[in-house]
Design a binder for this molecule. Sequence first.
Ligand code: SIN
Length: 505
Amino acid sequence: MKEKTIKKLTADVLILGGGLAGLYTALNINENKKIIIASKEPLGKSNSYLAQGGIAGELNTDEKVLAKHIEDTLIAGSGLFDKDAIKELVYDASENIKMLIDLGVPFDVDQDGKILLTREGGHSTRRILHAGGDATGKNIMETLIGLIRNKKNVTIIENYMLYDLIVKDEKCYGGQLISMDNEFCNVFADATILATGGIGAVYRDSTNAHGATGDGIAAAYRSGVELRGMEFVQFHPTVFYDTTGTIKGQKFLISEAVRGEGAYLLNINGERFMEKYDKRLELAPRDIVSQSIMKEMYDTWSEYVYIDARHLGKEFLSQRFPTIYQKCLESGYHMEKDLIPVAPVEHYGIGGVKIDLNGETSLANLYANGECCSSGVHGANRLASNSLLECIVFGKRIANEINKKSSSKINSWEIDIPFSMNKNSYHPIREEIRNTMSKYVFIVRDEEGLKLALTIINRHYKNLCKHPFTTVDYYRTLNIATVAKLITEAALARKESIGCHLRIN
Ligand code: SIN
């Protein structure tokens, strides 16, 4: 077999992921620490960048005000949360949001310079900051990317994905990376942070960036790191439904903030229906709205419902939601005149690598942050816009922990990689897993469907494990199969309905 070179790098801190969870953590780590950020895609191609609605958080630290945010998060989470983690999330919000403002994030303000706030499902009040109207993630990320690229202590390696952690004597010492051209790089570090993002690629339809194959979760699982809550997958209720079937790939979100500003949901017969399901109507928590839409779709024999924002008018809609307005226009819809077809699709993986209040996982020297982690703040159903907040609050806490530790001489060693390349395309396997997940492990779940799904997924998973190849295509597929298996097993084990996990038998 042809010899391949394996690059070997060392750092004090290895951050795996270039979204908000990774970059904000990096910006809070002391400058005397050498940091390597490895990102599977060029910086800017992440779920954080796509975030529309905003970032939840109270700048007013009055106890009563904070108690309401805690209460809303607890209600949405349906009992399966970690209350201490939620308290930290809410109490640490203002300090971290102020840091984003100080770093230069241009949150939207009124004529007097006062921050504008919006509302989304499950929030009892307006407490969501936004930027560029509906381009909050883009504005936050562009600010942070600009700053991180100028940091002397930070090296950024783009287009490299994590395929396995480096583990010795029950400690993590970094990660094994593979580039999109199948080049290898082992990064050894005192501290490793998983910030690898979401799992959208496990489903046929998702709002996620294409790279969301759950790499951090799958690699952690292979190393025996504790995971939690994998059955809880959040389906966003209002994702643009392309009635022409021509738009391929990543799905486009009609932000919950559109409902927050007063839009309604109608079934295909033009009837407003949310009053049948929840007194909070269109602003009920996301699990309830998605499940109600599914019921309406079933009862009206339709693949979508409508969002009706016509009464909000062209001027307001095009200014407050410029990205959404433009996207709808490109598909031939005028928001001020037309009903927009929408349906639920995969949006956010709530479960993941279990962390404590300092972001530490069950493996020494390994931390996790953002969508790949389970901090306990989202319970069985994430409250809208709490996820960007989780990235900054826990990012800061992880940075604080790492800053307390003195730098040591970083060990590195040779790691054998079996250079077995093959030219097989794993695409058909990924397609079958995605179709299976979208059919049987979607919003409404039952035992028979879950068992069937697990049989199909396990057949692929076992075959992939039996015939390993060190290529990006292989690991992408193995990771999708691994995450699909973990979600389906957890969904089968949880027999009761709770939050976004709805079991009909
Ligand atoms: C949205 O804008 O509707 C998405 C917000 C979120 O997922 O938290």
